[in-house]
Write a protein that binds this ligand. Structure first.
Ligand code: FAD
Length: 459
């Protein structure tokens, strides 16, 4: 077969993308094509996503064709649903956009099946009439498959564990171009690897997972002035140490700009948010939270009994696409000295340029793990630390790196796969034994190294 450029502005690699266009039901576009920009555009606008070609998949067979095409022409391939977590180095050749894989079926007896393009919001809204909820994350705009295959650390993690702990089955086109169904008994090694290793093995086309009975929760976000951060965090540390597993909590230092969605009381200043979800009786949840409410003058109180459909009010993450950089670590402890170190870099009068600095408490069902072993290696993490800033902020990224350096005495263990931002960090998400097991599985299911991230780690 002749390998020719068929579209404008194609440089490398050269491949007959018209052939792929013919074989798939979805659109194939290259740089210069009218809909290319719209198809590739990620949620995180700071990451350049400019692949040689993009395939908008509408069926699992489209994904099969894309993977086989990549293999035939020696290209590597990456999936993208929403672009909340693209890694620039991995999205240069063939990109499979999964938005068109949009099936979403809720089984009222307590489980769901969704296509790879579905975001959490669809499941949250469709499950709510049955009093059911998924283990979604801090914002329901994130894609279910990317989030879940990276572990999936959500606002009910201490009660119910990670999203991977709820997975029943995953359908995936592995790097060898074969559509497979992985369950605890069918391709168990794939089932192990896909829960934690994200897009290393292949492109997931559909996923099935259990829901929990959680029509409402008691929780939200309680805001304090930044000048009270040291007092409130100290109280929070001791309070959260005693918190039963029915409660999941985190703290976040915010510097929010004045924007239509930002309450004026929170804009243009340093604030501290205490996030809280209590999955048990609301009155009990309120009683337990009183200690935090009394810890300092409250700027804004949005903690109440709410339907699960209000879960995004807990973390108050941004919805619209934006250009951000992120830096993250896991902490093995968060003693008073660590708080001092963090606040010296990010607290009042620190001059911190960061928009968000958050510490989530782990433990409970998160630490225990689910029924089936997985490639997720961070169950020992006591806390997760995440720093987010607006790309292009002078000194922002070096400052974020300096925060991680300052916290080094308390970091330890494997990174969370969902909070890794380079291939090197990604490798750090797995211990040696898991990495060896993953490499073996990758070589079995993707012998030619078609999956971009799998190729980096295994070939
Ligand atoms: C605002 C925000 C809030 C977040 N909150 C949380 C949170 O609370 N908890 C948490 O755990 N994470 C959180 N994350 C991280 C998020 O879960 C990851 O970035 C996740 O990978 C996003 O998946 P996506 O499909 O939406 O993004 P995409 O950028 O489309 O995909 C990112 C990666 O996911 C994998 N992936 C996506 N689709 C497929 C597929 N079909 N098959 C195989 N692999 C696939 C690939 O490795 C891909 O490179 C958050 C991220 C942001 C930006």
């Amino acid at each position: 077969m002749t390998i020719v450029e068929t579209r404008t502005d194609l440089s490398t690699p050269k491949a007959p993308f018209h052939e792929l266009d013919r074989r798939t039901t979805g659109r194939v576009a290259c740089p210069g094509d009218a809909d290319y920009d719209a198809l590739v555009s990620p949620w995180n606008l700071a990451v350049p996503v400019r692949p040689a070609a993009v395939v908008a998949a509408h069926t699992a067979q489209d994904v099969v064709e894309a993977v086989r095409f990549a293999s035939r022409y020696g290209m590597h391939i990456t999936p993208q649903a929403t672009g909340h977590g693209p890694i620039a180095d991995l999205v240069t050749e063939l990109l499979v956009v999964t938005k068109g894989l949009d099936e979403c079926v809720i089984h009222p007896e307590g489980w769901a099946r969704v296509g790879a393009g579905v975001k959490w919001l669809r499941v949250v809204e469709a499950a709510a009439p049955y009093g059911l909820a998924p283990l979604s994350g801090s914002i329901t705009d994130v894609g279910i498959v990317g989030y879940t295959t990276g572990g999936g650390l959500g606002p009910m993690a201490r009660t119910y564990g990670l999203a991977i702990d709820m997975v029943r089955a995953i359908e995936v086109v592995t790097g060898d171009g074969v559509l497979r169904r992985a369950t605890p008994t069918e391709h168990p090694e794939l089932f192990f690897a896909l829960r934690g290793a994200k897009g290393m093995l292949g492109i997931v086309t559909a996923i099935e997972f259990d829901l929990v009975h959680q029509p409402t929760f008691y929780g939200g976000s309680l805001w304090f002035d930044g000048s009270d951060a040291a007092t409130v965090i100290e109280r929070w540390r001791h309070w959260s140490d005693q918190l039963p597993e029915l409660g999941t909590t985190s703290i976040a230092l915010f510097q929010l700009p004045a924007m239509p969605d930002v309450p004026p009381a929170l804009a243009g200043r340093l604030t501290l948010s205490v996030r809280y979800v209590w999955t048990g009786d609301a009155a009990e949840g309120e009683r337990r939270f009183a200690e935090i409410r009394e810890s300092a003058p409250v700027v804004l109180d949005d903690v109440a009994q709410k339907p699960y459909t209000a879960i995004d009010s807990v973390h108050t993450d941004p919805l619209d696409p934006m250009p951000v950089y992120e830096a993250a670590e896991v902490l093995s402890e968060f003693p008073a000295k660590a708080v001092d170190a963090l606040l010296a870099m990010t607290g009042p009068d620190s001059g911190s340029p960061q928009v968000l600095v958050e510490v989530r408490q782990m433990g409970g069902a998160f630490a225990r793990g689910g029924r089936h072993e997985s490639a997720f290696c961070s169950r020992d993490a006591a806390y997760s630390l995440l720093v987010v800033g607006i790309a292009g902020t002078p000194g922002g990224e070096p400052h974020a790196a300096a925060i991680l350096d300052a916290m080094a005495p308390w970091t330890g263990g494997q990174r969370l796969p969902n909070f890794t931002f380079t291939p090197e960090e990604y490798a750090d998400a797995y211990d040696e034994a898991t990495l060896a097991r993953l490499r073996k599985t990758i070589r079995t299911y993707d012998p030619l190294g078609v999956m971009a991230i799998g190729r980096v780690l295994a070939h």
